[in-house]
Design a protein around this ligand. Structure first.
Ligand SMILES: Cc1cc2nc3c(=O)[nH]c(=O)nc-3n(C[C@H](O)[C@H](O)[C@H](O)COP(=O)(O)OP(=O)(O)OC[C@H]3O[C@@H](n4cnc5c(N)ncnc54)[C@H](O)[C@@H]3O)c2cc1C
Length: 548
């Protein structure tokens, strides 16, 4: 059996390695455009920002190493121009000599990845894209040779923000332009914390705007909202396009995203043709719907599964949660599962909670608060999605949540998780346990939660009681809220109207929950405002949101 693999970075090389581990008899041939294989695309922003990271750190293996380790033929600088599924042949261009030739396959693996979406203007002067090591080389050289002072980043997704950190690290003043009203795919009320953090780092983000034109030298950027930005260069990170153009005449079926449609066996609609990695669609583990979330973690997994299947194994692709994480300066953002908009679009009746908790025992100087937004299905009690922003401990919590989502956990199960605790690592009840407690109380118990957004919409229906101290209330408070500090609540409660719905809150939620319990136990219809005043204040992008 002859397997041809097109593309040899994350997905393609994983196919090769697994296929060879399973079988000594398969003939394996790969063609890949460009000279680098199996590189760490994810490391490119750090390669640009840090002098100690060398090119070789991103490209630890070359074609020769791969050929000898896996007894296969790896043709670098070879681009596949077309596929003929009837004859089971491919047409290949040798990028060095310009020669073209045909090769034939029994099984064909397409692992051609994706390329950056371009911003299209009359010229491309000083506009950079980050995708492979060569694009990283170009920008690194440009920075080294011209010592630029100002940069514009187009797009506030994870690549854009990783570039922010690494350009600032190089002493460059960075502005970001974003068409949406919040950062990347972060829900707005969480995005606000990150916006404020970045502002403190001197990073300006222009929202709800896009580039209209760029001057001939690439140094003056004109936006649709009338801004003119003077910069030395621009990095565009506005998403990717799957590399499938060479398949135009093959009859291959594409999904909504333009990526190749595959089933759980990673088969395309063409006999003996498979697709993996950023050029392929995936599907949601939660809803089963087709989705496209191009990530290295998924590409590697798909590659291993396909390598196994091609050589007699029976692994299946189970779908994804879209779990991802990135860091910008000391702040990390991670998400898994559905966000609020997606959950609503899917028709779930959702419970949303915001939980602000330290990553470790508070008296330790490395202790930092993180904000967790969690969404669950009111009907089944199943967790649907989580977003976390914080400086420390975000990675471990998101992985616990991703595991819970993978196995279909219901909110009542989260509290019972036996998670590791010692002061440097967590709190006696971990933020994951707390998230479960709050969600479970809200869905299955008596402690109803109201989000700031819901409260704003239904403000007339609620009497808002602020149980924080008088001085906190005087600094800033929800409009028309009554201040009854918690210690006086039992006494003042007699003055309250029992027929009214009450929304009680403190700063982050914990004292508000105590106030809610007092009111509930005394027969009031009380809700706790999710995430307290801190979260409420994000609604108006209030300058009072200082830090988490
Ligand atoms: C800056 C950056 C940071 C990232 N950070 C992360 C991260 O932190 N975490 C994460 O999970 N993911 C991250 N990613 C995404 C991750 O790099 C990709 O998901 C992963 O590289 C996809 O692997 P792939 O093998 O499917 O495709 P690719 O890496 O795109 O490789 C495809 C290869 O196929 C070649 N090719 C294309 N067309 C042809 C053709 N016709 N003939 C022959 N060869 C062809 C291409 O030249 C390329 O070499 C990041 C990406 C970038 C750019």
């Amino acid at each position: 059996m002859k397997i041809i693999v097109i593309g040899a970075v994350a997905a393609g090389t994983s196919v090769i390695a697994k296929a060879r581990r399973n079988s000594e008899s398969a003939e394996i041939v790969a063609y890949t455009s460009g000279g680098d294989i199996s590189y760490s695309g994810c490391g490119i922003p750090y390669y640009i920002g840090e002098d100690y990271i060398k090119r070789g750190n991103l490209t630890p293996r070359d074609a020769k190493w791969f050929e000898s380790r896996f007894n296969m033929k790896l043709n670098i600088n070879h681009k596949v121009l077309s596929v003929n599924p009837n004859l089971k042949t491919i047409e290949v261009l040798n990028e060095i000599t310009g020669e073209t030739f045909e090769d034939s396959y029994d099984k064909l693996v397409i692992a051609t990845g994706a390329r950056p979406r371009k911003i299209d203007f009359n010229n491309n002067n000083n506009i950079f894209y980050i995708r492979d090591v060569e694009t990283g080389d170009v920008l690194k050289k440009f920075i080294h040779e011209t010592s630029p002072k100002k940069a514009l980043i187009v797009g506030s997704g994870y690549i854009g923000l990783e570039m922010v950190e690494n350009l600032v690290q190089k002493g460059i003043e960075v502005t970001v332009i974003e068409t949406n009203s919040s950062i990347g795919r972060i829900d707005p009320e969480i995005s606000i914390y990150l916006e404020k953090y970045l502002a403190k780092k001197g990073v300006k983000i222009i929202f709800n705007d896009r580039i209209k034109n760029i001057s001939e030298d690439g140094k003056s950027i004109y936006t649709e909202n009338g801004n003119t930005l003077e910069v030395d260069f621009t990095v565009a990170a506005i998403g990717v396009i799957p590399n499938v153009d060479f398949l135009k005449t093959s009859g291959i079926e594409l999904g909504k995203s333009g990526a190749i449609k595959v089933n759980k066996y990673l088969e395309t609609n063409l006999q003996d043709v498979y697709a993996v990695g950023d050029c392929a669609t995936t599907y949601s583990l939660l809803t089963g719907d087709e989705t496209y979330v191009p990530l290295g973690s998924t590409a590697n997994k798909m590659g291993r599964i396909l390598g196994d299947r091609l050589t007699g194994g029976n692994l299946e692709f189970k779908g994804i949660l879209g779990t991802s994480i990135f860091k910008v300066f000391d702040m990390a953002f991670a998400s898994t599962g559905l966000d609020e908009k997606e959950a609503l679009e899917k028709g779930y009746s959702i419970e949303i909670i915001h939980n602000i908790k330290p990553n470790q025992t508070e008296y330790l100087e490395t202790s930092r608060e993180m904000i967790i937004k969690a969404i669950a299905d009111r009907k089944t009690g199943k967790l649907l999605g989580v977003q976390i922003l914080g400086e420390n401990g975000v990675d471990k919590r998101i992985d616990v949540f991703a595991t819970l989502l993978t196995f279909g956990a219901t909110v009542d199960q989260l509290f019972h998780l036996d998670l590791a605790y010692a002061p440097p690592f967590s709190t006696t009840k971990d933020p994951v346990n707390y998230t479960g407690m709050i969600l479970n109380n809200a869905i299955n118990g008596k402690n109803k939660i109201i989000t700031p957004k819901e409260l704003k919409e239904k403000r007339d229906e609620f009497l808002v009681i602020d149980v924080r101290s008088k001085s906190q209330y005087e600094t800033a408070h929800i409009e028309n809220a009554i201040n009854i500090p918690l210690e006086t609540l039992r006494e003042k409660v007699k003055e309250l109207d029992k027929s009214k719905k009450i929304a009680v809150h403190c700063n982050k939620g914990v004292t508000g929950n105590m106030g809610q319990n007092i009111l509930l136990n005394l027969g009031f219809n009380a809700y706790n405002i999710s995430g307290g005043y801190l979260n409420y204040s994000t609604l108006n992008n209030s300058s009072k949101v200082s830090k988490i």
